[in-house]
Design a protein around this ligand. Structure first.
Ligand code: Z5A
Length: 207
């Protein structure tokens, strides 16, 4: 059995991950790729409960360590029950956010030690890394404007603009460090043009 491919979608709030996820799903399915679509934090019943905890802004404030550990606790459940079994069964996995989000939000945004994140990545994932990551990038103001139009904001979306500037910088640094895996897509253009760029990249990895 050939292992499936693991594709992740990343970017700051409101850059269009959910919107483009649907496009990618439809595109891959039209090429008869067996696929599951999932998200982080979340993807299993327990991990979804952790997500609810993490995003609820009415909870007591999280310590930075608790937030980081909960992200990886959810990820561990997700990998064990969803991601690895699917890849081993030859399915492709399309995931809305993964560990690059931890480097961006907890590393960049919360300024947590990168070596700690690397150690947890190693502990929880072993050798598992995405085969391809699409990083949707747009000026923070644009994404936040789009996110605000959507309605109620979660615990992360209530952060200051400087937080999201740091998140964006950390994402772009991840892309610089992993140019083979992470492809940066300008999300500050018409959706049809974003789709064209995504298609061009996906075509290169289709069987
Ligand atoms: N988090 C973390 O801290 N550490 C981690 O390790 C992980 C996550 C895994 C939940 O993520 C939070 O968890 C997240 C980081 C943290 N922080 N927040 N917030 P999430 O993915 O669920 O949350 P999100 O970033 O807010 O994603 P979202 O709400 O799904 O936004 P989006 O998917 O990027 O945007 P969208 O809903 O597709 O688009 C927003 C609007 O813009 C919508 O009306 C679209 O129609 C419109 N749009 C999209 N593209 C365009 C273009 N090109 N032109 C015009 N309009 C557009």
């Amino acid at each position: 059995m050939i292992r499936g491919k693991f594709i992740t979608l990343e970017g700051c709030e409101g850059v269009g991950k959910s919107t483009n996820l649907e496009f990618i799903r439809d595109y891959l399915q039209s090429h008869k790729i067996p696929l599951i679509v999932t998200r982080e934090p979340g993807g299993t019943p327990v991990a979804e409960q952790i997500r609810t905890l993490l995003l609820d802004h009415t909870n007591e404030a999280f310590s930075e360590q608790a937030e980081l550990l909960l992200m990886f606790a959810a990820r561990s459940q997700h990998i064990k029950h969803v991601i690895r079994p699917a890849l081993n069964a030859g399915k492709w996995v399309l995931c809305d956010r993964f560990t690059d989000a931890t480097y961006a939000y907890q590393g960049g945004g919360r300024r947590m030690d990168i070596h700690t994140i690397e150690s947890l990545e190693q502990l929880v994932q072993g050798t598992l890394r995405p085969d391809l990551t699409l990083l949707l990038d747009a000026p923070v103001e644009i994404g936040m404007k789009r996110a605000r139009q959507r309605g109620q904001l979660d615990r992360f979306e209530l952060e200051k603009i400087s937080f999201f500037e740091s998140v964006r910088r950390a994402y772009l640094l991840q892309a610089e460090l992993n140019p083979q895996r992470i492809k940066v897509i300008n999300a500050n253009q018409a959706l049809a043009d974003v789709h064209l760029m995504i298609m061009e990249i996906l075509q290169r990895i289709l069987p």
